[in-house]
Design a protein around this ligand. Sequence first.
Ligand SMILES: *Cc1c(COP(=O)(O)O)cnc(C)c1O
Length: 436
Amino acid sequence: MTDHQSLIGAERRELVLRAAVRDGLLDPEDTPLAAFLDLNAVTETVAALHAAFPARLDVLHAFAAKANPLGPVLRRLRGLGMGCEVASPGEFAQALAAGFAPDRIVLDSPAKTRRELALALDLGVAVNLDNWQELARVDELLAGRPTTSRIGVRINPQVGGGSIAAMSTATATSKFGIPLADPGNADLLVDAFRTRPWLTWLHCHIGSQGVDLSRMAAGVGATVDFAERVNRELGRRQVTGIDLGGGLPVNFADDRITPGWDAYVEQLRHHAPALFGGDYRLVTEFGRSVLAKAGFLASRIEYTKTAGGRAIAVGHAGAQVATRTVFMPDSWPLRITAHSPSGAAKQGPLVPQDVAGPCCFAGDLVARARPLPLLEPGDLVCLLDTGAYYASHHFSYNSLPEPPVYGARTDSTGAVRFETLRPAQTVDDLVTRTLG
Ligand SMILES: *Cc1c(COP(=O)(O)O)cnc(C)c1O
């Protein structure tokens, strides 16, 4: 294993938090909740991703926009050399607006409309087709319309799921891709390639959080084996690229970045050696693993109380920004740190506390009976590892506004500067949108 220490440890987080308080970014009235992304950590993480694959291979690392589609985040990742994977008309438009060249965008929407497909083919955006009907639709669209798009088929290698059912995309009955082991499908797919010279890529995405590395790599291995079979049976190298998807899990338990990409690449070398022979161009689609550990949410504690002997701290981070954690607490637990109003780490004996959010339902808890120094009104709590799929995935329960998102850059002297990645949604914005 190649685990290494976190790029954003407790020390840098506290530095950022104190600077945020000093700069008025956690104003108790205006912005009692804000999200932060450590931009130094993002740069380091993307560099580690590029370094994990051999330089002689042609690899496009396409960031999965789903994980955090904010414009300044996408622009920054583009600047760091990444492409962009998109899965809806909205993400497609966000990627174009962020300045990604069309040939560095990969369109994976599960329910692409004709217009969405036509736009991708016109622009030369890479497209992965999900099913037989979509293949037939592209046959029609391509009649008399040349394209420079790289076109592939998503297959489901049916290697099984992981520990979170909703995140497991390679089960026997998954809704994604063409299930390769279903009777007749493999032969039909070889024929589909035979009659369509423009079909040149294979795509898989085995799952996200909860799927272990060897299962992910085995799924990629099955995909590469199928590419070799197509090329062998057709007697020509028609499949020229493999898109291995994303899904590297994130360690939510402590500050270590584990597994690292090196560990995954090692598994890929074992399960899919042909990827490294230089015969295929590669695309990856990592999302969570690029940003999760670089981000945290900070929330003011408004009130504290006890109920039935349980200490409860009521703050501003709840289901609106930590939806999965609130509704599926066992699958998506988050680390929480306690801080005094200045942002300094809070000291004191650990007391089991519920950390509650602002939503009007009893289950709106981001932690249950969590041992923390006893929280008081005005204190801050941080929800760690939330740079992907949290603040950027707002759930507008109780008309709670979208919190601001700030990028933090730390220079060599330890000075922190902030830039706004998304301004706070104001109550006026909210009212205007719902006026009718
Ligand atoms: C969600 C998704 C990704 C990104 O998954 P992460 O777990 O964030 O790395 C990549 N590709 C596809 C097709 C996806 O659906």
